[in-house]
Structure formats: C-alpha cells, structure tokens
Design a protein around this ligand. Structure first.
Ligand code: NAD
Length: 378
C-alpha cells in the first residue's frame, strides 16, 4: 500500500508576500513571466502589486488579462496563443479562481499537440504535462486553486464546466497574501468563504479522505468557521482576512489530496447553465446536501462540527451532527445566501435542464466520493 501527497513546491503565506514575487521566481531561475489576470485587476491597478516587484527586479512581464469568470475553452485557446507569441518561461496566475485556473489550463493545453482541446483533458483523463511552470497568487480567500491539482474549464459547445485534474495543474509555487483580499466586496467574500468551507468539509467526509488530507481539512475548518461572518461584516479586519486566506489554501491542499463530493458535483452544472458564481451555488446546496449525507458519515460530520466550534468535545455524534446542519443553515441566513428562485433562476428552465445537470454531475466523478452516493433520480 502506498500513499502520495501533492502540494506546490513552495508556499509563501503572509501579509506583503506579493512584494516578494521576484524573489520567488528567482529561486526557480525564472525571469520571463506572463501574468494571467482579469480585466478588473488591470483597471483597478491591483495587478500592479505583482507587476511592480517584477519590474523592480529588472523583469519585463507580459500581461494576458482577457480572462472571464468561470473560464472557457475559447479563452484558454486565446491565452495559449498569447503565451506562444512571447518568450516566456513561466505563467503567474493573479486573481480569483478564474484567472488562476486560466493560467493552469493554458499550461496544460500549451503542452499538447496542435489541435488538442481542453475537453481532451476532462476527468478521468490525467492532465499531467505543463508547457510552463505556474505560480499562483490568489486574490480571493476561496477556491484554493493556488494549491490544487485541478482546473475547472467550461466547454462552450456543451455548456459544461469540466473538472480537469493532474500534476500539470499543480502550481510550482503559491504566494498567498491576505492583504490582496481587503478589496473583495462582501457578497464575493461570503461566496468564496463558503466555497473554502465546503472544500474542507467535503474533503473530510469524502470516501477518499485520508490521514494527511484530514489534518489540512480540520485546520482549515478551525480557521474558516470562526472568521467567515467576521470578514463579511468587517472587511478591513486583518486578523480575520488572514485566517480566511490561510484556511482557503489549507482547504485546497485538503481536497487536492482527498476530493470534493456531491456539493461540487452539482454546483458545476448550475454554474455552467445559470452562471451562478461558484461559491454561491455551493452555498445554496451545502445545507441540503449535508442533510442528505449526514447519517452516512455521522462521526465525520460530528468531528467537523467540533473543529468548527459549533459542538463541544463532550457532545455525542447525533447532537454534534444536528448542530453542524443548523450552523450551515444559519450561515446562509447570516451571509444572505439567496435561494435559487430568489437569485432569479427560472424554475421551468431549471426543471427542463435537471436530467442534463444530473448526468453532468454524475459524470464528473465527484458525487461518487460523497458519503451517500446518489443516482440521477435522487
Ligand atoms: P473569480 O475569480 O471568478 O472572481 C470573481 C469576481 O471577484 C471577479 O469579478 C473578480 O474580478 C473579483 N475579484 C477577485 N479578487 C478580487 C479582489 N481582491 N478585490 C475585488 N474584486 C476581486 O471567483 P472565484 O470564486 O475566486 O473563482 C471561481 C472559479 O474558480 C470558478 O470557475 C470555479 O469553478 C473555480 N474553482 C477552481 C478550483 C480549483 O481547484 N482549480 C476550486 C474551486 C473553484
């Protein structure tokens, strides 16, 4: 029996870390970065926090900023063209999960023969090769993409958010600086925060949970649970922002070495068909999926409740599990998470797409990792 564990080769975590970006590249002998980011990062000047230290070190970074939320295969193809047009030796993904996933997918597609498509790498394929090393700098405390072996790309022909997994998607290094998150608006702060809590919880209750991933998942839950409401209400709270950022990265390592499960499996089709932000669709699903799954892994959910501080060490599993479920419902109330209908999803369109969404969810493999495994009828 062997086990394996993956994480970036270098993880730099802390306030001001982005100022050391040139140092990080230099440690790997890299000096010609293409920074992959989104239009807001450029128009707001936020990306200058990464560009300035590179320029100060004498580098001339390129910038590809045509990324979109829930990155698409067509944007990745444009990104690969930009990557090939310059003499770059690495990619720097700077932004939320969308720019980071774009950079990772560019590295994967860029290593493939001409004519390859992102869908060629969809799970269960293994995307193990990368054209260039990727360094990730998250600006949301959420996806953990900076530390995972995944990238999530939308197939525009099939309206499908594809999970792509493999060592080609694992960043070489991650520079995790909570100070970049002060500007995240409350809605996105809440959505991305619930995303990271979902990563930790799903990794911990997954059928693929293991001792190593458990440690990261529990540490992530201890950091995220007491700080999530705080960053929503007090965006300038540095202690809470720092805890959320670290928690998101640790949760990323946890699910990268365990898995996500039913919430994520169902959330991707909702994102693809209704363009609900990823963390928000996770939030809409988390209480109901937890209720459905609770008894299939009660001791695990109870331990998660204790790590989150909503149940005491002395409390029995039944009571702790019930408190966890209540806490997830309360969180959605306190973070003003809308129902799908209140968000504006057309119920008729929803019903019509249910069979397609169920098939896409099951095909991604994530639901099979859930403690209770549903079929399309469920
Ligand atoms: P995002 O990257 O799409 O960003 C959402 C919005 O927040 C954008 O408008 C962006 O400009 C803005 N934003 C980002 N940082 C900001 C800041 N510091 N200040 C102000 N605004 C800021 O959102 P996300 O939730 O971080 O990423 C979602 C994507 O990540 C989805 O496509 C999801 O499927 C994917 N994902 C990937 C993994 C993985 O392991 N690869 C895991 C989970 C989710």
């Amino acid at each position: 029996m062997t086990t394996s564990f993956v994480s970036p080769r270098l993880l730099m975590i802390g306030g001001g870390a982005v100022g050391k970006l040139a140092e990080v590249l230099g440690q790997f002998g890299l000096s010609k970065p293409l920074v992959v980011t989104d239009p807001w990062m450029v128009s707001s000047g936020t990306v200058d926090k990464a560009l300035a230290p590179l320029r100060a070190a004498g580098m001339a970074p390129g910038v590809f900023s045509d990324t979109v939320p829930d990155p698409t295969d067509t944007v990745i193809e444009a990104g690969v063209a930009a990557m090939r047009a310059g003499d770059y030796d690495c990619l720097v993904g700077f932004g939320g999960g969308s720019p980071m996933d774009t950079a990772k997918a560019m590295a994967i597609l860029g290593a493939a023969p001409a004519g390859a498509k992102m869908r060629d790498f969809k799970v269960p394929a293994q995307a193990n090769r990368a054209a260039l090393p990727v360094i990730c700098i998250p600006t949301t405390a959420g996806t953990g993409s900076e530390a995972t072996r995944f990238t999530v790309i939308t197939d525009t022909e099939r309206d499908e958010k594809m999970l792509i997994a493999g060592l080609g998607a694992l960043p070489l290094a991650a520079v995790v600086d909570f100070e970049l998150t002060f500007s995240v608006p409350p809605r996105t702060t809440a959505d991305t925060g619930i995303d990271s809590l979902t990563h930790a919880l799903e990794a911990f209750v997954s059928k693929r949970a293991n001792d190593e991933a458990d440690e990261y998942a529990l540490r992530a839950m201890r950091l995220i649970a007491p700080n999530l409401r705080m960053v929503y209400r007090e965006p300038a709270n540095a202690v809470a922002r720092a805890a959320m950022m670290k928690g998101a990265t640790l949760a990323g390592i946890a699910f990268s070495n365990s898995s996500v499960a039913l919430v994520h499996g169902m959330s991707r089709p909702i994102g693809a068909h209704f363009h609900v932000p990823h963390g928000l669709s996770n939030a809409m699903l988390l209480p109901a999926v937890t209720e459905y799954s609770l008894n299939a892994a009660l001791p695990r959910y109870a331990e998660a409740a204790r790590a989150m501080g909503v149940a005491t060490a002395a409390e029995g599993d039944q009571s702790a599990g019930a408190k966890l479920l209540q806490e997830l419902r309360d969180l959605n109330r306190d973070l003003a998470v809308p129902t799908p209908a209140a968000y504006g999803i057309d119920p008729a369109k929803w019903d019509g797409l249910l069979p397609t969404m169920a098939a896409q969810a099951l095909a991604s493999g994530s639901p099979a990792n859930n403690p209770a495994v549903p079929d399309a009828e469920t």
